[in-house]
Design a protein around this ligand. Structure first.
Ligand code: ADP
Ligand code: MG
Length: 384
């Protein structure tokens, strides 16, 4: 695993290479992993992500006019003056989208050059795209001395992703990348956007969160995401509540009786019980009982597998193998149909757990998963 300094040094070197001169500064924003609370965000519910040490670093400087961006991922340098939606496509849309959203919000965005380096795995469900947007946003805010309070920044990034990039994502990923603190998970109420920093210093307890990228191709995820969202919205309408967040867990059986559709009933059961699992996890963590959250993680997985039906064999196999190898709990994390699995384990069991999942994958003819030990890390900031 590369450290922050390596990524920062690479971003600075990329800047000098492509743009000449030195950057005015370096800004970083992390990827994230969601500890628990899946598909609860767009139901106005609760989530509990934490930021990763893996981050996107933007080396940036003010310039005279327009915006240019380069990334070590590609030789192409993106340049644009026009930020109307559709004008910039490809990875540059994540940069242009942030400029657009800032301007839509009435800010005078400074013309800038940005060079991007990153060690956030791309397309693994660890939100490299939001890390990129949040690094760009943080850089532009500082370069232009824009007055945008931290608590208002996630909405702006969401606007960029929804309105410019065209991805119908919720509010969790940007909130995590911007607002997390080291050694804590971020308890976020997706309705009020209130946050509470919940102590989650796994290392101090001799524990670790192992994240395994299943490397499963998740080609169907967009359509399925839309279908799940619609199903939840339809159910809320039938139940006469603004969102499924408003169905308490002790009102669940009554609510289910009012729904005719068997599939919809299962979707609702997932969301309602998942919200409660987030609250229960927060309760345990507040009293320092980290190990005891394990069964909640595993129950979350079962709910995603059986009720919300968003898992795939590769993530189910990984969860099962991690549990067999002694994990306290394990679940798929992220939107589903692939992506990563996380397991709460004793800190010295990372290699053994990875080996167990690799062996199970091998038996099924799947390529080995990619491991990462997820240390709860701080949100976006200026590095230099
Ligand atoms: P993820 O789960 O990683 O967010 P997405 O498909 O939402 O997956 O976003 C991945 C996209 O984000 C990439 O295809 C690319 O366009 C952009 N991206 C992420 N990191 C970088 C980077 N370091 N440089 C350029 N583009 C990046
Ligand atoms: Mg993304």
């Amino acid at each position: 695993m590369m450290t922050d300094t390596d990524v920062a040094a690479r971003a600075a070197a990329a800047f000098s290479d492509r743009f000449e001169g030195a950057p005015d500064g370096l800004w970083a924003a992390p990827g994230r992993v969601n500890l628990i609370g899946e598909h609860t965000d767009y139901n106005d519910g609760f989530v509990l992500p934490f930021a990763l040490p893996e981050r996107v670093v933007a080396a940036a400087a003010r310039t005279d006019a327009g915006w240019s961006a380069c990334s070590e991922f590609t030789d192409e340098t993106v340049r644009f003056d026009d930020v109307s939606p559709g004008a910039v496509t490809g990875w540059g849309a994540y940069v242009a989208g942030v400029v657009w959203a800032l301007r839509e919000a009435g800010f005078d965005v400074p013309p800038a050059r940005l060079a991007i380096a990153s060690d956030v795995p791309v397309g693994a469900g660890l939100s490299s795209s939001h890390a990129l947007e949040c690094a760009v946003l943080t850089a532009l805010i500082d370069l232009g001395e824009l007055d945008l309070p931290l608590e208002d920044r996630p909405r702006l990034v969401q606007r960029s992703e929804n309105g410019y990039v065209g991805a119908p994502t919720g509010i969790m990923d940007q909130s995590a990348s911007l607002r997390c603190r080291a050694g804590h998970a971020l308890f976020l109420d997706c309705r009020t956007l209130e946050v509470e920093h919940i102590p989650f210093d796994v290392a101090a307890e001799g524990l670790a969160v192992l994240v395994l990228n299943s490397n499963a191709p998740h080609s169907h995820s967009d359509g399925e995401y839309g279908a799940r969202r619609r199903s939840c919205e339809d159910a809320a309408r039938i139940l006469g509540v603004p969102a499924l967040r408003d169905v308490p867990v002790d009102g669940l059986s009554d609510a289910l009786k009012r729904l005719d559709d068997e599939v919809m009933r299962r979707r609702v059961r997932h969301v309602v019980t998942e919200n409660q699992r987030v609250l229960d996890t927060v309760g345990l963590l507040r009293s320092g009982r980290i190990r005891e959250i394990g069964p909640l993680l595993t129950a979350s997985h079962a709910s995603m597998r059986d009720d919300f039906e968003i898992t795939v064999p590769r993530v189910d196999i990984a969860v099962e193998a991690a549990l067999m190898a002694g994990a306290y709990g394990a679940r798929m994390t992220g939107g589903g149909f692939g992506g990563c699995v996380l397991a709460l384990i004793d800190a010295d069991r990372a290699d053994a757990t990875t080996a167990a999942v690799t062996a199970a994958y091998d038996r099924h003819g799947f390529a080995a998963p990619t491991p990462l030990v997820a240390v709860p890390s701080p949100g976006a900031s200026r590095l230099a």
